[in-house]
Write a protein that binds this ligand. Structure first.
Ligand SMILES: Cc1ncc(COP(=O)(O)O)c(C=O)c1O
Length: 310
């Protein structure tokens, strides 16, 4: 359960946590059209706190609004400032930020063009999403019976509240089946992403991941890993792949703001990895995971453009 903090930013004001209440007639509650982000703030080796890739997250939030024809009342700069203020108001040196843009109450029909577009920013403490053990030794995943949304059924590039029913169902199925995470295929059977993460696999030293025309969220951690792989002179190929390529991969890992860089040690009861090192976290995963954590928490200053000091 999320630990209650002190303040939430709602519609331009910092208000006590318990007073951040909304009407049960809120349009988003009924029809699921709301845009949100998940952003992390880390305390680095220098003792200061930095929000990771804040601008990219807020740009994606506003892109989600554009795709869904929602006009936010606050500017990108105002929402970015609110993110920093929420962390400060709650004395959070490290934490997870959740900006949310939603359709307020007014008309109750689906169309409701004149309902207010409201904005909130909240934050909470969040450790490793899939657990510390998962970061170290990897997780067990299952290819889900739930397909990812077809690109013409929903908006794959938008991070929308209602779309997550698909993720929740896939995650529940995986967890109830004894696995840690769900890997979802698209409507044509090719690999898409996990319930809240993008997916990568390594084969013969090359890093593969579904390309952006696929039904995937354009993950900011995905982009970070592609950049770091380039820094490390690891070849990256973006393209379509199928589940057999995952089963036969040398390494598989997931990326996401919450899950960070989480190795996958097993998919559908097949241990991942070449003969002799099945189920063991591979060298490329380790290298990229180490680079990632050195940047967000350590003292690797190779990408200052990704860090916003609070
Ligand atoms: C479905 C889905 N895919 C991928 C991601 C990874 O995106 P990011 O790295 O920007 O957090 C997320 C998390 O936001 C997600 O929910």
């Amino acid at each position: 359960m999320v630990e209650k903090l002190q303040k939430i930013w709602l519609e331009g004001e910092m208000i006590p946590w318990d007073e951040a209440q909304i009407s049960i007639l809120t349009h988003t509650m009924h029809y699921g059209l709301g845009a949100f982000e998940g952003i992390r703030c880390y305390k680095r080796k220098d003792g200061k706190s930095y929000i990771f890739r804040l601008k990219e997250h807020i740009d994606r939030l506003f892109d989600s609004c554009k795709l869904t024809l929602m006009a936010p009342r606050f500017s990108r700069d105002q929402v970015m400032t609110a993110c920093a203020e929420v962390l400060r108001a709650n004395n959070l040196e490290e934490g997870y930020l959740r900006p949310l843009i939603y359709i307020g109450d007014g008309a109750m029909g689906v169309y409701a063009p004149n309902n207010p577009i409201r904005t909130a920013v909240m934050a909470w403490k969040w450790g490793a999403y899939l657990g510390d053990e998962a970061l170290k030794n990897g997780i067990r995943a299952k290819v889900s019976s739930f397909a990812r949304h077809h690109v013409n059924i929903s908006l794959a590039k938008a991070k929308l509240t209602g779309q997550y029913t698909n993720s929740v169902m896939a995650k529940r199925e995986a967890k109830l089946g004894g696995y840690d995470e769900a890997i979802m295929l698209d409507a044509t059977g090719y690999v898409s992403e996990a319930s809240g993460e993008n997916i990568f696999f390594v084969k013969n030293g090359v890093l593969h991941t579904p390309d952006l025309s696929c039904s995937i969220l354009e993950g900011i951690t995905r982009d970070t890993i592609i950049e770091l792989a380039k820094d490390e002179k690891i070849e990256v190929r973006e393209g379509r792949c199928n589940r057999e390529q995952l089963w036969l991969a040398d390494e598989v890992f997931l990326t996401g703001t919450a899950a960070e860089v989480t190795p996958v040690r097993e998919i559908d009861n097949r241990l991942i990895g070449p003969q002799g090192s099945e189920g063991i976290v591979g060298p490329i995963t380790k290298r990229l995971q180490t680079r990632f954590f050195d940047i967000v928490r350590g003292s690797d200053n190779s990408h200052p453009e990704w860090l916003t000091k609070i």
